[in-house]
Ligand binder design. Structure first.
Ligand SMILES: Nc1ncnc2c1ncn2[C@@H]1O[C@H](COP(=O)(O)OP(=O)(O)OP(=O)(O)O)[C@@H](O)[C@H]1O
Ligand SMILES: Cc1ncc(C[n+]2csc(CCO)c2C)c(N)n1
Length: 289
């Protein structure tokens, strides 16, 4: 009798074969997706203790104007790197944040742990200054196929010893504005290292990736960021993305680059949630306090 039932069931199933896309949807609903929390609390003077998960920060300085909050990020970071010409920026611009102080005192206080790149932009005097203070220098002049940012992210991932990498967040300053090929290269790095938390920052905005493999909860630090924001599918089209907490929420909405993308959106709540079938770029404005 049981065997007969299962034959009947099997036969019935033959006539209602679910499409691969509906199977994927069912599978997605059955597997509870992990939640990923995001918070720009690194822009606050002190990081709240109850911050979940507690992150370790690495700061990466690129060859562009240093954002005004660079000293703050420096203090939060456990590892500080300069990508090639980024060292010139640190050397030239860090003393400008402390006009009362002697420039060389400031330079000694803000000594990077590592300078890595193809070393075609760093000035000799700057390289010698930091090397004499004990900064590790890694010359990758032979590699002309990856950017200096890429080289530095690889260093953080593979070589930085004594750094808790289980909950690491890489803060990249000087990543936006300026030359467009560099900006696109920088965005490409966050897509290429999609399993790492990497935040690209300028004075005006920040960008990070929301991998499709998680549900995302973004805790808005309203004192320092927002309200302008955007969600952009940069690599592949999204068949459906869903959000809460935005003025123009997405409701299983399809998006694609060259079609609909969510720019000039507005954050309406302290918590924004995002779920998508593809990796999305999240961007939010930084307040000019
Ligand atoms: N104008 C910019 N806008 C955004 N990012 C930049 C800009 N300039 C440099 N960067 C970033 O800083 C890193 C180091 O800059 P640097 O000028 O040393 O690079 P580079 O390889 O010498 O550049 P290029 O040879 O293409 O001029 C780059 O890999 C890039 O990520
Ligand atoms: C297809 C292709 N396009 C551009 C470059 C040039 N390039 C890319 S990264 C880099 C290093 C910059 O520090 C250089 C020179 C390349 N190699 N391959």
């Amino acid at each position: 009798m049981l065997r007969l039932q299962s034959i009947i069931l099997a036969k019935a199933k033959q006539f209602t074969v679910p499409s691969p896309s509906s199977l994927r949807l069912v599978k997605k609903r059955m597997i509870a997706m992990d939640l990923m929390h995001h918070s720009s609390c690194f822009l606050l003077p002190t990081i709240p203790l109850q911050r979940r998960p507690s992150l370790t920060y690495a700061l990466l300085v690129l060859n562009q104007n240093l954002p005004r909050f660079t000293p703050l990020l420096w203090n939060h970071a456990q590892l500080r790197l300069c990508a090639d010409g980024g060292a010139n920026r640190l050397y030239d611009e860090m003393p400008l944040f402390f006009p009362q102080e002697d420039a060389s005192d400031v330079r000694r206080r803000y000594k990077p742990d590592v300078i890595k790149g193809d070393m075609d932009s760093i000035r000799r005097d700057v390289l010698e200054f930091y090397a004499s203070l004990g900064t590790e220098t890694v010359d990758k002049a032979h590699d002309q196929d990856t950017t200096d940012l890429h080289k530095c992210v690889t260093y953080i991932r593979d070589s930085a010893s004594g750094l808790d990498k289980s909950n690491l967040c890489v803060l990249v300053v000087g990543a936006l504005g300026g030359r467009f090929d560099h900006e696109m290269g920088n965005l490409n790095v966050i897509c290429r290292f999609s399993s790492m938390r990497i935040v690209l920052l300028s004075n005006d905005s920040l960008i990070h990736l929301l991998p499709r493999t998680y549900c995302h909860e973004i805790h808005i630090q309203t004192s320092v960021e927002g309200p302008h924001c955007g969600l952009i599918p940069i690599g592949t089209p999204s068949k459906g993305s869903t959000t809460t907490g935005l003025q123009w929420d997405l409701n299983n909405t399809a998006m694609e680059f060259g079609g609909l993308v969510s720019t000039s959106n507005i954050v309406k709540e302290e918590k924004v949630t995002v779920q998508s079938d593809c990796d999305l770029l999240w961007t939010i404005s930084i307040k000019n306090l």
